[in-house]
Design a protein around this ligand. Structure first.
Ligand code: PEP
Length: 249
C-alpha cells in the first residue's frame, strides 16, 4: 500500500500575525507543486489569517494543541470545535514540549486524539523517548506504551498521523540516524498492528521529527517506515519549501 507522505511545520511560539503572513505568502508559490501533504502549524492567533491566506492552495493549516471539551471553564484553552469552525484541518497532539511543560499525559493525548477525529480533523499525535530513556535501553518500551495508551480505543486509526520524535533530537541539531528513526517508526507500526491489525498498520502514516532540515530530509524519506516529517526550527523560513519538495532535488 502506498501512503501519501505528510510534512508539517510546527512553528511553536514563533511569529506574530504579520510575520506569519509574510512567511505563508512566501511559501505558497514555493510549495504549490508538492507531492506530499503540506501542513503549517502556526500559533493560535495566526490561524484565522493562515486559513484565509491558504484557501484554494495545497497547504493545510493545523493547530499545535487543543482541548478535548467543547466549551467550559478552562481558562486559556481552545476547544477543537473552535478550531474546526475556523477551518483548521490538523492538530498536533501530545508534543513532547506539551508533555514536559504542560503536564500532558497519555490519557489527555488519548482524549484529544479522539475529539480531533470526532471533529473530522487530522490529529498528528506525538510520541518519543528522552535521552536518558534511550541510553538506558528503554526507548522501545516507552514508545510502545505511549502508543498503547495514547492511541487506545480509536475508531479509525488510519486517520491518525503519528509523529515519532525522540526528545533528544528536538531543537538540538542532533538527528536520529536514519536507521534509528526507521526502527522506532517500525515500533510504532508494529504496536498499531497488534492493536488494530495489519491493514490499519499498513495505512497509518508515521512521521519522524527531530532536527529535520533540507540536508537530511531526502535520506530520511527513503526509509520504508517513515512517511513524512514534523519539522520545528527549519519550518520557520522559506527554506521549509526545500524540505516539502524533497523529492524534487
Ligand atoms: C518539533 O518541534 O516537533 C521538532 C521536531 O523541532 P526541530 O525540528 O526544531 O527539532
Amino acid at each position: 500500500m502506498s501512503r501519501t507522505p505528510i510534512i508539517a511545520g510546527n512553528w511553536k511560539m514563533n511569529k506574530d500575525v504579520k510575520a506569519a503572513n509574510e512567511l505563508i505568502t512566501a511559501l505558497i508559490p514555493l510549495v504549490k507543486d508538492a507531492t506530499c501533504e503540506c501542513v503549517f502549524c502556526p500559533p493560535y492567533i495566526d490561524l484565522p489569517e493562515a486559513v484565509h491566506l491558504t484557501k484554494d492552495t495545497n497547504i493545510g493549516i493545523g493547530a499545535q494543541n487543543m482541548h478535548w471539551e467543547d466549551h467550559g471553564a478552562f481558562t486559556g484553552e481552545i476547544a477543537g470545535e473552535m478550531l474546526k469552525a475556523l477551518g483548521v484541518k490538523y492538530v498536533i497532539i501530545g508534543h513532547s514540549e506539551r508533555r514536559q511543560y504542560f503536564a500532558e499525559t497519555d490519557e489527555t493525548v488519548n482524549m484529544k486524539t479522539k475529539k480531533a477525529l470526532e471533529l473530522d480533523m487530522t490529529p498528528i499525535t506525538c510520541c518519543g523517548e528522552t535521552l536518558e530513556e534511550r541510553e538506558s535501553g528503554k526507548a522501545q518500551e516507552i514508545v510502545v506504551n505511549q502508543i498503547k495508551n495514547g492511541l487506545k480505543d480509536i475508531k479509525d486509526i488510519t486517520k491518525v498521523v503519528v509523529a515519532y520524535e525522540p526528545i533528544w533530537a528536538i531543537g538540538t541539531g542532533k538527528t536520529a540516524s536514519n536507521a534509528e528513526a526507521n526502527e522506532a517508526c517500525g515500533w510504532v507500526r508494529k504496536t498499531i498492528q497488534e492493536m488494530y491489525g495489519e491493514d490499519a498498520a499498513e495505512a497509518v502514516r508515521i512521521q519522524y521529527g527531530g532536527s529535520v532540515k533540507p540536508s537530511n530530509i531526502v535520506e530520511l524519506m527513503e526509509e520504508p517506515e517513515i512517511d513524512g516529517a514534523l519539522v520545528g526550527g527549519a519550518s520557520l523560513t522559506a527554506d521549509f519549501a526545500q524540505i516539502v519538495n524533497y523529492d524534487k532535488k
